[in-house]
Design a protein around this ligand. Structure first.
Ligand code: ASP
Length: 289
């Protein structure tokens, strides 16, 4: 069975001047996953590696470069889901971990599925994940966005990174990581770490990672909706059905999807979405408005 992967860098108002740079990093992320997939690794390892690359880039709203909340602080959510066992691990409102996706993976391998705030940080230390000063994750770009959002008294909804993959054994996985929405209330948790809202994987059907206005992804169970629709609809229709459900409630966003046959798909109803993919049909990257 041939592996497949697709990664995204968040739906929203991506400046056209950044398209080339974003595509370059998304391709690096895709290749990190591809190396694992072609080396016999699992889909879970692949999506974690892909998201880690994007968290380390200041261009995306996850890890370094996370959006700032109303207090001007970083609070991040991340998740990993294994489609084979439907085990998942999520972290919410973590402030002092450079790569929240690595912590999410540790949670997946624990007795719990979701850890938040200080407890998540303590668990990170127990598992040997070193602390990372919250200020070191703040970039000039996000400070500027935060100041603009405070001036306009409304946040924009851009950001988030994610990866979905199928490995050589046909196993599916999804991982997503975000700094949330700029100027969000402290303590606000988005759709990313909630199973079926911002991230979902189920072997035999598909895996999906979402980005956009999280409250609407939660209310429409958007990624679960897309993956479960694969049982009765073509993949592009399943994806559209989920995005339409988000839009019908008043939200917007984007989503990537890999189906059980290893084909990759993406769609959005926001200003733009940047992605990179590699599947049996070929490879590529794109930023589209
Ligand atoms: N979905 C993320 C959240 O609501 C934000 C985003 O994708 O830009 O936290």
């Amino acid at each position: 069975m041939q592996p497949a992967v697709i990664v995204h860098g968040g739906a929203g108002a991506v400046p056209e001047a950044e398209f080339v740079k974003r595509r370059e990093v998304l391709e690096l992320s895709r290749e990190a996953a591809w190396k694992i997939l072609t080396g016999g690794g699992t889909a879970v390892d692949a999506v974690v590696a892909a998201v880690r690359v994007l968290e380390d880039s200041p261009l995306f709203n996850a890890g370094l470069g996370s959006a700032l909340n109303r207090d001007g602080e970083v609070e991040m959510d991340a998740v990993v889901m294994d489609g084979r066992t439907r085990a998942f691990g999520g972290v919410a409102a973590v402030r002092d971990v450079c790569n929240p996706v690595l912590l999410a993976r540790e949670v997946m391998n624990s007795e719990h599925v979701l850890l938040a705030c200080e407890g998540a940080s303590r668990f990170a230390r127990e598992r040997g994940i070193p602390p990372c000063g919250p200020r070191s994750l703040v970039t000039g770009r996000q400070l500027e966005r935060w100041r603009n959002a405070r001036r306009r008294a409304s946040g924009d909804k851009a950001g988030t990174v994610g990866a979905v993959a199928r490995d050589g054994a046909g196993r599916l996985a999804a991982a997503t990581s975000t700094g949330g929405m700029v100027d969000q209330r402290p303590g606000r948790i988005g759709d990313t770490p909630l199973v079926g809202a911002g991230n979902y994987a189920e072997d035999g059907l598909g895996a999906a990672s979402g980005t956009g206005w999280g409250e609407y992804f939660m209310r429409s169970l958007a990624t679960y909706r897309a993956v479960s629709a694969l049982a009765r609809r073509l993949p592009e229709e399943a994806l559209q059905e989920a995005l339409d459900a988000v839009a019908a409630l008043g939200g917007s966003g984007g989503m990537i999807l890999v189906d059980a046959a290893g084909n990759t798909w993406w769609g959005y109803n926001t200003a733009a979405l940047c992605v990179a993919w590699r599947d049996p049909a070929g490879e590529g990257s794109a930023c589209r408005r």
